[in-house]
Design a protein around this ligand. Structure first.
Ligand SMILES: Cc1ccc2cc(C(N)=O)cc(O)c2n1
Length: 323
């Protein structure tokens, strides 16, 4: 077809589908060179016909004019911190408290996940389009980092599929993988610039750049771990069903996440992730367990700033990396 508008749409869909395969399914469909070739073809077509550019085009990820400052964002649903458990006994107590409070005798299903050591971020999608990204800040007020979040390839600019919520707020962690962190510090060293102490600091520094071209040059990845606001879609009954919905919409969810039936399964998961820890591409500082059923999460509620229905089970502190 020689209709440039249809050509542009088809190139965008192709690139967005390849990104989904690469980031969400961890199963690349084509070599990077092929992706880059089609990306350049779209770029050329948009240069020839500027009014064909759409907000969700993969070419629109890198902002240009640096911001003077970050706007503040009020989180309609507070971004919570997590209570900690440091040993098995505290984990048994956590489960016991839950079963007593719920007044159930059955074994509780939890969702268990690695606790990524990055920066918590909120992504707001309206009619499937990414309209705002914000840092956690103090949990109530964060910074508007939308232009910077758009530069992260694993953050979809548009939700996948035609049947998406009217409004969806996704929460997740932005991390910098070890390999990217080492390369960044090597470049910083070369340029006589300051080195980052660890990947979490490097991710925070990269996300809070006023110039999004710098953010675009940094190896950042996003992993979704929960949803806060949801409108125009039937709320999933469990946390695991919610994570499946996020994957379907094109959000990257950590592949290590499992549903665990009772405390023994949680402890096996904890041991498994601890053994995997040094082979993972990114830093983690423990695992997170959440009651799977949302009706039980609602019954359990929160204590001050942390949910009663979730806990972080921390690893022993790693010997500090000496840079
Ligand atoms: C509610 C909550 C708060 C902080 C979290 C932090 C992480 C994390 N750092 O991976 C994962 C989660 O599921 C979290 N969930």
């Amino acid at each position: 077809n020689n209709d440039p508008s249809l050509q542009a749409q088809s190139l965008r869909d192709q690139l967005n589908d390849w990104s989904y395969r690469y980031y969400v399914q961890d199963d690349p469909a084509v070599p990077d060179a092929e992706y880059d070739r089609v990306f350049r073809a779209l770029k050329d077509l948009e240069a020839q016909y500027p009014d064909l550019v759409t907000a969700d085009s993969p070419t629109q990820r890198v902002g240009d004019v640096p911001l003077d400052a970050f706007e503040q964002v009020q989180h309609e649903v507070p971004m919570l911190s997590l209570d900690n458990a440091f040993d098995d006994e505290e984990l048994w107590a956590f489960d016991k408290r839950i079963r007593e409070r719920l007044d159930v005798s059955e074994i509780i299903d939890y969702v268990a996940e690695p606790k990524l050591d990055g920066l918590a971020v909120s992504l707001l999608y309206e009619n499937g389009e990414l309209v705002r990204a914000a840092t956690r800040g103090d949990g109530q007020t964060g910074e508007n980092i939308t232009v910077n979040a758009r530069t992260i390839r694993s953050v979809p600019l548009k939700l996948r599929g035609n049947d998406v919520p009217k409004r969806l707020e996704v929460r997740g962690e932005v991390v910098m993988p070890h390999a990217g962190f080492e390369e960044l510090n090597a470049r910083q060293q070369e340029a006589g610039l300051k080195l980052f102490a660890n990947p979490r600091n490097a991710a925070a520094g990269s996300l809070r750049q006023l110039d999004s071209r710098i953010t675009a040059s940094r190896p950042l990845e996003f992993y979704a771990y929960s949803m806060a606001q949801l409108e125009g879609w039937e709320h999933p009954p469990t946390h695991s069903a919610m994570l499946d919905a996020l994957r379907d919409w094109g959000l990257r969810v950590n592949p290590e996440i499992r549903v665990c039936h009772g405390v023994e399964a949680l402890l096996r998961f904890y041991q498994g992730i601890l053994e995997k820890r040094e082979h993972l591409d990114y830093d983690i500082d423990g695992v997170v367990y959440k009651v799977n059923r949302f009706d039980w999460q609602d019954d359990l509620g929160f204590v001050s700033r942390a949910p009663r229905w979730a806990i972080a089970h921390k690893f022993p502190a790693q010997e500090e990396l000496t840079v």
